[in-house]
Design a protein around this ligand. Structure first.
Ligand SMILES: *Cc1c(COP(=O)(O)O)cnc(C)c1O
Length: 473
């Protein structure tokens, strides 16, 4: 029994009813925005929470119907946010696999959007009115841009490698250097893919040195292919030797065996033009004599997730006849985006300005530092006094296994707790930035939260997003 001298504790029985909360202006707005059923459930959930707090003695007063409506509306808004909503990638890694890799050019976005809205002649030949080929929309462009005889497109490069191995090597052997038995991350490990493709892996050479005679000695009547793999995310340095593709092609061809070159990222553009190290282009790989070259659409190429297989027409025909091809094909949306992306490559002079991946890779430190100086004051104001902000030099990475050791001079912010250093404060800030309507993703390094501004193009959006920050400061 309550002591008679104290006011009675609020009782769950006196909580507003669901209908009363629904009838508040906020409740009505929520119904308008989210629908009656979701709003009613959200109000029930909010009331349940208040009830639990009351019973646990954690609430001194009854919340009003308006309060409950506001809590429900906030939960609805939080729920309505897409889990795939845009984020600011300030990690310093331009092609960040976990953040979706390449940003598409406006031309590609428009093409994909129109293809989504309408029926398109995906496998329909408008000239003859007969059935057409899905690949035809990009085949010609790929042939033009790579110098290969023929080309086809699948879901991603992992699919491309799988399909090529299965087509050329099922029940046969594939020869690979021990220095190139890569793991890309996730579950893409070359020996495992080989096994799933039904191909027997024949390793030759050693981790650091593989010679022409190693390949020559392994070739036999059951060899289906020789595979060369771009060591995308590592380098073997020091006392090393690999067999160049041109020489390897000669060795394979002498026995009538095709050479497959998995370029990984692959590029159709000479990166030296934007001041980076030269990365072998697909055209070069084709010219070196590879019978098949595979590469990705959403790495350096800067397009949608796709995998390309280019090379000898008879081998591409065999690949297209493989029943697995159907399971790995791409849809109209990506094909539309891909066609638009590849078309930009016809004009290399303007490519770096139009293709976001190259545009971001081409940014100079001085330009990024100037941006940091311009943003420092409003940024500091948004974070409040609890944090010190310093403009720092940093090193961006290309990401996705392209030029793994190459770093790009960049600039950004290093944020540290102002008073007594405490890692917890920094983690709370990183978490608050991730919780913004457009989350800001940086990285924590040596007691500071680093925001590399290389990939920040939408400055107004960045500042607008910061206005919503709350919690840590
Ligand atoms: C990235 C990569 C792959 C896989 O490509 P995805 O497009 O991610 O499927 C395969 N091989 C190499 C050498 C790579 O670098």
């Amino acid at each position: 029994m309550d002591a008679p001298s104290r006011p009675a504790a609020p009782s769950p029985r006196d909580l507003p009813s669901v209908d009363r909360v629904l009838a508040t202006p906020t409740g009505q707005e929520a119904v308008e925005a989210f629908g009656r059923a979701p709003t009613t459930s959200a109000i029930r959930a909010a009331l349940d929470e208040v009830r639990a707090c009351l019973l646990a003695g954690k609430l001194a007063a009854l919340p009003s119907a308006d309060h409950v409506a506001a809590a429900a509306a906030e939960a609805l808004e939080r729920h309505a946010r897409s889990r795939l909503r845009p984020v600011f990638n300030l990690t310093g890694t331009v092609l960040h696999t976990n953040l979706g890799r390449a940003l598409l050019a406006e031309e590609a976005v428009e093409a994909a959007t129109s293809a989504m809205r309408a029926a398109v002649a995906l496998e329909y030949d408008l000239a003859t009115g007969k059935r057409g080929e899905r690949d035809d929309h990009v085949r010609g462009l790929l042939i033009e841009l790579t110098g290969a005889e023929d080309a086809t497109v699948v879901n991603n490069n992992a699919a491309a490698v799988l399909l090529v191995l299965n087509t050329l090597g099922l029940g046969r052997e594939a020869i690979v250097s021990r220095g190139e038995l890569i793991e890309i991350g996730g579950a893409f490990r070359m020996p495992d893919i080989m096994a799933r493709a039904g191909v027997t892996l024949v390793e030759v050479g050693t981790t650091n040195r593989t010679h022409p005679r190693d390949y020559a000695g392994a070739l036999n009547d059951t060899t289906g292919l020789v595979l060369k793999v771009h060591t995308s995310n590592y380098r073997i340095e020091g006392f090393t030797k690999e067999v160049p593709a041109r020489e390897l092609a000669g060795i394979a061809h002498a026995k009538g065996v095709p050479l497959v070159n998995d370029l990984g990222s692959g590029t159709l553009f000479d990166l030296a033009r934007i001041g980076l190290a030269h990365e072998p282009t697909v055209r070069e790989a084709v010219a070196e004599g590879a019978d098949i070259v595979t590469f990705s659409g959403d790495k350096l190429l800067g397009g949608p997730q796709t995998g390309f297989i280019v090379g000898r027409a008879d081998l591409i025909a065999a690949i297209n006849r493989n029943p697995m091809k159907r399971a790995l094909r791409v849809d109209k949306i990506r094909l539309a985006a891909l066609e638009a992306t590849l078309k930009l490559y016809r004009d290399p002079e303007r490519l770096a300005a139009r293709l976001p991946t190259l545009r971001l890779l081409a940014r100079r430190r001085a330009e990024i530092a100037a941006q940091a100086h311009a943003l420092a004051e409003p940024f500091a104001a948004a974070l409040g006094d609890a944090f010190d902000i310093e403009i720092v030099d940093c090193s961006s990475q290309i990401g996705s296994g392209a030029l793994p050791l190459e770093t790009l001079p960049s600039a950004g912010f290093a944020i540290r707790p102002a008073a007594e250093a405490s890692g917890g404060r920094l983690n709370a800030l990183a978490s608050a930035l991730r919780d913004l309507p457009v989350p800001i993703i940086g990285r924590i390094s040596e007691g500071a939260l680093i925001l590399d501004l290389r990939c920040l193009e939408d400055e107004a959006g960045f500042l607008a997003s910061l206005a919503d920050i709350r919690g840590p400061a």
